[in-house]
Design a protein around this ligand. Structure first.
Ligand code: FES
Length: 168
């Protein structure tokens, strides 16, 4: 291997420094969080809410204009959706449990400036926390400043109640 192909860790190891010494060397100068002997960043889920489609619980397309995916409600990231009044995000979609094992899925981005809307159990509607736009479960605007509504998606709960199929 040519020297130009060595990364910093390999180079320092060739100088005789142990992994522990390497970690101390890395951390000393930067005060950055160091948690791995091999320099590989940990692959933990930094998105426990299951947003942005990072979870294996989402299969299919949960972003863009062709929404069509399934959501595993037994996955730890989404199991809270089995609770009446709970809501969560999968990609570009907000899913709300509106009670009696019924679910609603809408586009999550407020048409005003793109903030993710939230479900309000007590009002059975959706509200944008940014400037206060409100939307009915039909997606229609009930309070401005949003000038247009949210897109409603079709939601089917599987017979075993463990999977949602969401599509345009
Ligand atoms: S971004 Fe939603 S009301 Fe402004």
């Amino acid at each position: 291997m040519q020297k130009s192909e060595l990364n910093r860790g390999q180079f320092l190891k060739q100088l005789g420094m142990s992994s522990k010494a390497l970690m101390a060397f890395y951390c000393m100068g930067t005060l950055a969080a160091c948690s791995s002997d091999d320099g590989v960043e940990p692959q933990g889920n930094n998105n426990p809410g299951g947003q942005q489609g990072t979870s294996n619980a989402i299969v299919g397309n949960s972003t863009g204009s062709n929404i069509n995916f399934t959501l595993d409600l037994t996955d730890a990231n989404f199991s809270k959706l089995k609770t009446d009044g709970a809501f969560d995000y999968a990609g570009d979609v907000i899913i709300a449990n509106v009670g009696s094992e019924s679910y609603i899925a809408l586009s999550k981005k407020c048409p005003h400036q793109g903030t993710s809307v939230e479900y309000r159990k007590d009002n059975n509607d959706f509200r944008c926390p940014n400037h206060g736009s409100e939307f009915a479960t039909s997606g229609a605007v009930t309070k401005s400043p949003a000038g247009s509504g949210l897109t409603v998606f079709k939601v089917v709960l599987s017979a075993d109640k463990n999977t949602l199929s969401i599509s345009a």
